[in-house]
Ligand binder design. Structure first.
Ligand code: LMR
Length: 328
C-alpha cells in the first residue's frame, strides 16, 4: 500500500506541474523609454494585443513604458541578459554595438521620412538589421518616429544662436560632433532626465521629434522650437539571439508577423503625430514655433555638413552614398 501511495503522489505531482505549465503563459517583456501615446508606445501595445490574440494562454506580452523598468543606460544590457525580450532604442543608441548605424545621425542626410523609409527598406538598409548579430542582438525591423527639431530657452534662427549653449543629446558621438560644429556644448543624458534638465535650466536646449516634445511636455519648459527637420529619430526593434533562438519555429513566426503588423501600425501613428502633436504645441501657445526661411535653413546645413566627413571612414562611404540616393 505504501508503494501505491507513493506512486499516486508522484502521479499527482506530475499532473499538477503539467497543469501549472499549461496555466502559465511565457512572459515577454517589452521595455521602452517613451510615453504610451507615441509611435513606439502604441506599437508596443499593438504587438501585445496581436501576440496575445494569436497565442492565447501561451505568451503574454508585458509592456513597460516611460523608463519605468529599464532606461537608456541599461535597457540593451538587460536585453542581452534576457531580463527583457524586446526593446526599440533609437538608432542613435547602438553605438557601443555597431558604428554602422551612426549613419542615421548624420545631419541633413535624409530629405524627409519617405527617403528614410526608402533607404531602410533597401538592400543596404535591411542588411543593417544584422549589424549587431555577433554581439547577440537581432534586428527585427525599423520603426519610424520622425524628423528632429531643435528646442531651446532662447530662439535659434541662425547657427550662431546655438553658440555656447548646452544641448542634451542621446549617447551618440555623431550628435556630439553636430553640436560641436555649432560651437555649442553637447551633454549626453538619458531620455528620462530631459524634462527636469530643461525645467531647471541645467541645459538650454535639446533636439527631438514632435511626438517626444509633446508627450514629454518639453514644449512647456522650452520657449522656442525651431522647425529644422535636421535629422531623423527612428528606432530598431531588437531582441536577443538567446531569446529568439529559444522560441519554437512556429511560435517565432507568429511573433514576428505580429511585430511586423505592429510596426506598420506604429508607422501610421508616427505619420499622424508629426501633424497632430505639432499643431497641439502651436495651439498651446506655451512655445513659439520658428519656421526657417530656405536661406536660414541653408546656413544650418552649411554649418553642420562637415560632420559627415568626420565619420565617413567609420560608417563607410558606400553606405552614405546609398542613403543619399534614397532622396531621389
Ligand atoms: C531620446 O532619447 O530623445 C529618444 O531616443 C527617446 C525615444 O525613444 O524616442
Amino acid at each position: 500500500p505504501l508503494k501505491i501511495l507513493s506512486t499516486l503522489i508522484t502521479v499527482a505531482s506530475l499532473l499538477t506541474s503539467s497543469i501549472h505549465a499549461l496555466a502559465a503563459p511565457v512572459e515577454i517583456k517589452f521595455s521602452h523609454v517613451v510615453a504610451k501615446n507615441t509611435p513606439k508606445g502604441q506599437m508596443a501595445l499593438k504587438f501585445k494585443e496581436l501576440v496575445e490574440q494569436r497565442l492565447p494562454g501561451e505568451y503574454q506580452v508585458n509592456v513597460f513604458p516611460n523608463s519605468q523598468l529599464f532606461g537608456d543606460n541599461n535597457e540593451i544590457s538587460a536585453l542581452l541578459l534576457n531580463d527583457i525580450q524586446f526593446v526599440a532604442p533609437s538608432l542613435s543608441k547602438f553605438e557601443r554595438y555597431t558604428k554602422k548605424l551612426q549613419l542615421f545621425d548624420l545631419p541633413f542626410l535624409f530629405e524627409n521620412m519617405d527617403s528614410v523609409d526608402r533607404f531602410q527598406q533597401s538592400d543596404a538598409g535591411l542588411k543593417l538589421l544584422n549589424a549587431m548579430k555577433r554581439k547577440g542582438i537581432v534586428g527585427l525591423g525599423y520603426l519610424h518616429n520622425g524628423m528632429k527639431q531643435f528646442s531651446a530657452s532662447s530662439p535659434l534662427v541662425v547657427p550662431a544662436d546655438a553658440r555656447g549653449k548646452k544641448f542634451r543629446i542621446m549617447a551618440s558621438d555623431v550628435l556630439a560632433a553636430q553640436f560641436l560644429t555649432l560651437d555649442a556644448i553637447p551633454v549626453k543624458k538619458p531620455f528620462s532626465e530631459v524634462f527636469t534638465l530643461l525645467q531647471t535650466r541645467a541645459i538650454d536646449g535639446q533636439e527631438n521629434t514632435w511626438s517626444n516634445i509633446y508627450s514629454k511636455k518639453f514644449f512647456e519648459v522650452q520657449g522656442y522650437i525651431t522647425e529644422s527637420n535636421h535629422g531623423v529619430l527612428d528606432y530598431m526593434v531588437v531582441t536577443s539571439n538567446t531569446f529568439w533562438k529559444s522560441l519554437p519555429d512556429d511560435k517565432r513566426e507568429i511573433i514576428k508577423s505580429s511585430l511586423d503588423e505592429a510596426i506598420a501600425f506604429g508607422n501610421q501613428i508616427a505619420a499622424a503625430k508629426v501633424k497632430k502633436d505639432r499643431e497641439s504645441i502651436i495651439t498651446s501657445k506655451r512655445s513659439k514655433v520658428i519656421e526657417l526661411t530656405p536661406e536660414q535653413r541653408n546656413l544650418w546645413v552649411e554649418s553642420m555638413r562637415p560632420v559627415w566627413s568626420q565619420f565617413e571612414a567609420k560608417i563607410g562611404k558606400d553606405l552614405i552614398q546609398a542613403a543619399v540616393e534614397s532622396n531621389k
